[in-house]
Design a protein around this ligand. Structure first.
Ligand code: HBI
Ligand code: FE
Length: 296
């Protein structure tokens, strides 16, 4: 069962062409995982837990412990679901990979988090473009035990279903919010900056770069600013946005976004590496090593 899933089509999104797999929910073929696949999990788990010491937010590591996640074997979705059901009512569902936006939003809106059932090949240990099991389970699932963050994820899903009915631009703006918080967000904690974004915690290089490199900007969370800001899909981010707390995220999603989408229509997008008047600049990046094109 460890053969790569069939690709049915690709979808032109603001992330460029991404493969869109079937939207079907599949069972986790846990008994079919090979020794190599469990070893890939172990290698990635040990390496990331090592690099995240002192870098990941407290809740992230604490919750991996609460799930009983270890390098010994790929976790079973059904076991994680027992813990999730009691804590925040979320459930993991197995999927083939990236889902069409509306399908994805509908899952989140119903407290279902889609987790890719397959794990990357050993030769992809350092980089894989699509979310595999490691990115989803190791990166996204731990924070679903945080009640406030779990509420934010559901609010995001509901917002996505709504935005899908408004217009494609609303979706572009909303996708940026997911990108700069759920995937690449930083949080102030214990007098410093810590990582909570899944795209960062599942990447060794970016776990260090996002906190310690002088190159990227680090800017205080601002909803409209984030929704205008383009991002990178093939390199480290040029800008990271910093929240004070998960409450700040859920508070930001309380109002109806429709008027905000209308306002944003009249405003230009902001390049991924720009610093703007009015930004709360935690760190102004040097921009060293940045690719000059490719913002989406
Ligand atoms: N599908 N399986 C999966 N996982 C994601 O994180 C995901 C997706 N489809 C779309 C998507 N993310 C982003 O475009 C969201 O902002 C919608
Ligand atoms: Fe992700």
């Amino acid at each position: 069962m460890s053969s790569q899933p069939r690709r049915v089509e690709s979808q032109q999104t603001d992330k460029g062409y991404v493969p869109i797999y079937t939207t079907a929910v599949v069972d986790q073929p846990w008994a079919d995982y090979t020794k190599t696949e469990h070893e890939t999990w172990a290698t990635l788990f040990r390496r990331q837990r090592d690099v995240l010491k002192g870098r990941a937010c407290r809740e992230f590591i604490d919750n991996q412990e609460r799930f009983g996640m270890t390098p010994d074997a790929i976790p079973r979705f059904e076991e994680l679901n027992e813990v999730l059901a009691k804590a925040t009512g979320w459930q993991l569902v197995g999927v083939e990979g990236l889902l069409p936006d509306l399908t994805f939003f509908d899952h989140l809106a119903n407290r279902r988090f889609p987790v890719t059932w397959w794990i990357r090949k050993p030769e992809q240990i350092d980089y894989i473009a699509e979310p595999d099991l490691f990115h989803d389970l190791f990166g996204h699932v731990p924070l679903l035990l945080e009640p406030v963050f779990a509420d934010y994820m559901q609010a995001y899903g509901r917002g996505g279903v709504k935005a899908h009915g408004i217009d494609p631009n609303a979706l572009v703006h909303l996708t940026r919010l997911y990108w700069y918080t759920v995937e690449f967000g930083l949080i102030r904690q214990d007098g410093g900056l810590r990582i909570y974004g899944s795209g960062i915690v599942s990447s060794k290089g970016e776990s260090m770069y996002s906190l310690e490199s002088p190159a990227p900007n680090r800017i205080g969370f601002d909803l409209a600013r984030i929704m205008r800001t383009r991002y990178r899909i093939d390199t480290y981010q040029k800008t990271y946005f910093v929240i004070d707390s998960f409450e700040q995220l859920i508070d930001a999603t309380r109002p109806d976004f429709t008027p905000l989408y209308r306002e944003l229509e009249a405003q230009s997008a902001i390049a991924a590496g720009d610093v703007r008047e009015g930004d709360v600049v935690v760190h102004r990046g040097t921009g060293e090593g940045w690719a000059t094109d490719g913002d989406v």
